[in-house]
Design a protein around this ligand. Structure first.
Ligand SMILES: [Zn+2]
Length: 192
């Protein structure tokens, strides 16, 4: 672990959990080194109504590059307010596990073989520009697209990667939730 990673403390994390004013400064201080090969930058976006369900999100720009399956493109990771929820990430190590081992894993696959990811792009656009009910409607129809199965599989791999990388500092609530999420995605895959 490098020095700058140690510079972020549990106390810093508790502070930003309690006070959203420090979140963008906190995100600027997060070391990219463990994932810098695949990630260009981290962004903090304060919550909007239609972001309610987002914790973090991996974004790779360029619609054409997406369609043409360009490799070696770095992603941005967006961190939403929900990532600072005490229920979602009880401690700093839980937060970093999601960042480095879940979103970082999506970024790694996007870099090495974007075919593996192939996010339902339209669904993302709807999430960004339309209100919630419509995007939920789209989510239902999105299940008919082949990209949905790839998306579910990419989530399964990301959760498995997280579970592989849990350490003794991760909270038991967090680890339990990861296992539940993995189970849910595997069940979803069986239903397709
Ligand atoms: Zn994911």
């Amino acid at each position: 672990m490098n020095q700058s990673l140690e510079a972020l403390t549990q106390e810093d994390f508790i502070m930003v959990q309690d006070d959203s004013n420090y979140r963008s400064t906190f995100v600027e201080k997060i070391p990219l080194s463990p994932i810098s090969k695949y990630v260009l930058k981290l962004d903090y976006i304060s919550q909007e109504k239609f972001f309610d369900n987002y914790i973090m999100s991996t974004r790779t720009t360029g619609f054409l590059a997406e369609v043409l399956n360009f490799k070696k493109r770095k992603s941005d990771i967006i961190i939403f307010d929900l990532a600072f929820s005490k229920q979602i990430h009880p401690n700093l190590d839980d937060f970093l596990c999601t960042l480095y081992h879940h979103e970082g894993h999506h970024a790694k696959e996007t870099f090495e073989d974007p075919k593996l990811i192939n996010y339902p792009i339209l669904s993302d656009i709807l999430h960004f520009f339309l209100n919630h009910p419509l995007s939920i409607m789209y989510e239902k129809s999105a299940k008919k697209f082949p990209s949905y199965k790839r998306y579910i599989n990419s989530e399964i791999r990301a959760f498995e990667n997280q579970i592989k990388n849990i350490n003794s500092k991760n909270s038991s609530d967090y680890v339990e939730r990861l296992q539940e999420c993995l189970k849910l995605f595997k069940k979803e895959l069986e239903l397709l």
